[in-house]
Design a protein around this ligand. Structure first.
Ligand code: FEO
Length: 172
């Protein structure tokens, strides 16, 4: 059974994951209308993943005697000055999500809620991967600079990155 304070903290994380899904959906749209098909597909996949993160929390809260809240969401940023800026925002957002997960883990320890603590370990690992992937992408973008040919190859290769990440995660 969840305590009221843990339930509230988990519901807050549900909203953050839902907002993450919207943020990446808006990035997918921006990339798609700019003709960056690979980047758009990558962002659509990221958006789906965030919805999965949200649903996992929703099911957990409901199964543990709480009531998952489907709340109003903050509107995401829909335009970007460059695709580099867009990926910087993605990285910053993932760092923010990691901090939020860490805070949640901290609360479960304070309250000695080891079931929720155990459940959250999946999110801790997921955030390590997401931050690492965002960092790898930013490194590549910095190498490309303003080179159009580089951007073309990047758009092609990023599809591979999301496919290989999905393959690495599938054996569950
Ligand atoms: Fe669900 Fe990318 O954090």
């Amino acid at each position: 059974m969840l305590s009221k304070s843990i339930e509230k903290a988990l519901n807050n994380q549900i909203r953050i994951e839902a907002e993450s899904s919207q943020i990446y959906l808006a990035m997918a749209c921006w990339a798609e209308v700019k003709g960056l098909e690979g980047v758009a597909n990558f962002m659509y996949d990221q958006s789906d993943e965030e919805r999965m993160h949200m649903l996992k929390l929703v099911r957990f809260v409901n199964e543990r005697g709480g009531h998952a809240q489907v709340s109003a969401l903050k509107a995401p940023n829909v335009t970007f000055n460059s695709f580099k800026e867009m990926f910087e925002k993605l990285f910053d957002h993932e760092v923010f999500v990691s901090e939020s997960i860490n805070e949640l883990v901290h609360i479960t320890l304070q309250e000695k809620d080891y079931a929720t603590h155990n459940f959250l370990q999946w999110y801790v690992s997921e955030q390590i991967e997401e931050e690492a992937m965002a960092r790898t992408i930013l490194d590549k973008i910095n190498m490309i600079g303003n080179d159009k040919g580089g951007l073309y190859l990047f758009d092609r290769d990023i599809q591979q990155l999301s496919v290989s990440t999905a393959a690495a995660e599938s054996p569950e």
